[in-house]
Structure formats: C-alpha cells, structure tokens
Ligand binder design. Sequence first.
Ligand SMILES: Nc1ncnc2c1ncn2[C@@H]1O[C@H](COP(=O)(O)OP(=O)(O)OP(=O)(O)O)[C@@H](O)[C@H]1O
Ligand SMILES: [Mg+2]
Length: 261
Amino acid sequence: MSKVLQCCQLSKSYNQGDIETKVLNNLELSVDKGELLAVVGSSGCGKSTFLHLAGALDTPSAGKVLINDVDIHQLSDKARAKFRNQHIGFIYQFHHLMMEFSAQENVAMPLMIKGEAPKKALLAAKEMLEQVGLAHRIDYRPSQLSGGERQRVAIARALVTKPSLILADEPTGNLDSDTAEQIYQLIRSLNKAVNTSFVIVTHDLALASRMDRQVKLVKGQLQSFSGQSDAEVNDNQATSDSSLSTEETAKADSAVSERHV
Ligand SMILES: Nc1ncnc2c1ncn2[C@@H]1O[C@H](COP(=O)(O)OP(=O)(O)OP(=O)(O)O)[C@@H](O)[C@H]1O
Ligand SMILES: [Mg+2]
C-alpha cells in the first residue's frame, strides 16, 4: 500500500548552552494512505516535537520525512510552504488562530493561500464551521470565543482544504465529551469520503483506541501500543478528564510491546 508519511532515522536534539537534550532518537514510522494513527506518550516525551518535524514546521537534527514520497526537508522554504498548504493540515496544541480575523476568515485562509476565490473560500469555511458546530459563531474573532470553540475553529481550518494528511496535536484536549465525539465523527467521515490520513497526538486513551493503530513515544522512538487492556479501560473511565496520569502512563508503558514501527 502506498504511504502518506514516512519518517526515517528521525532525530531531534535541543541545545541550551552546553546541555544537549535528545528528544527524538532515530525514530521510524510509516503511515499508509487513509490510515488513522494515534500517538500517545507522557508529557514532555516529544510528541509535539515529532508532529512539528512531520509537518515541516521545524527541521530535524538528522533523518528524513517523506510525505507522499516527497522529502519535505530538502525543499526550499517557498516550495515547502506550498507543499504544506497543498498536502498537510495541522491542528496545533494551542490553536494559533489569527486574532484580528473572524472564525470564518481564519478557516478560509488556507483556501485563499491555495488560490481559491475569496467568495468560494468563505463559503467553504462557513460549511466547515457548521460541521464543527459553530454556525452561530462565524463572525466572532478568536478573543470572543471559548477555548473549545477556538479549538474547533482550528480543526475546521486544518480540514477545509481536505489535505491527504492531517497532523493533530491534542485535537479534543479542551472539548466536552459530546463535542469530542462530534470531532471524532468528522474525522471518520473525512477519512471515509476523501481517504484523509490522520496522525493524532492524544492523552485520551478512549479516542486513541478508536483509531486504526496506536503507537507510543518512548525514549525518542515509536513503539506499537496494544491499545487499552481491561485494566487501562477501567483506569481511564475512573479519570474524569480521561487523560493519562503518571500511574496510568506507567501501566500503559508496561503494555507497550518492544516492536518498533
Ligand atoms: N525549542 C525548544 N528548546 C529546548 N527544548 C525544547 C524546545 N521545544 C521542546 N523542548 C523540550 O523537548 C521536550 C519535548 O517537548 P514536547 O513539546 O515535544 O513534548 P510533548 O510530548 O508534546 O509534551 P505535552 O504532552 O506536555 O504536550 C521537552 O522536555 C521540552 O522541554
Ligand atoms: Mg505537546
């Protein structure tokens, strides 16, 4: 099957003075076209760092990222920006909306950058905002929206171009369970309709278990993750925000197989 994303020997270190922090260490990953992949891992393990490299928002210290067989870090800045706009949707951990624009304008922006006529782009943005339950907020600016509403605008902005790959950093982190379910259904329907692949970083094990495959970031590498054992499900249900506590993370760690992916 053809691949939408391939990471080969991907490494990233940060240097602060003399101290080097190795966050990703020869990470390997291959995602099929149309696959829904969940990435879990404890806070600070490098999940956002990994997504930023996969989405060409940051450069690796070593290794390669191929998206639809294109080595994205070899492209010029201009070509990379164009490639991102055409192939990748990115949902940031913190929404990164443009504060001076309305929700509708924020969502329309990637289409206009792609060359769509403004009228058409604004109409498509309106339809996408309806799908994330924000029909009544299209004229609001980010400062007039709640945290969860901003996150849904950011989700709509990533989905509006119907890219082949969507990289999402905690897309349901600030949402109530009904809205999170709505977003999950939207992900599934887009996946079914246009074969969009998703790589979703999440602390929500229930959401992770509903993806096609789960991997866990441990010591700078991705390992296959068996999903939820009964004990993990019970632990998860007992946690009001269904995020991974340190104890759950430790249990999940022990459920991880050693096979790299
Ligand atoms: N620009 C930077 N300079 C130095 N260190 C950084 C930088 N960005 C991230 N780090 C470090 O890299 C590590 C991984 O950070 P990252 O944001 O990828 O974690 P994460 O898994 O997304 O965590 P969380 O679940 O809390 O969002 C952290 O220890 C962080 O301090
Ligand atoms: Mg993060």
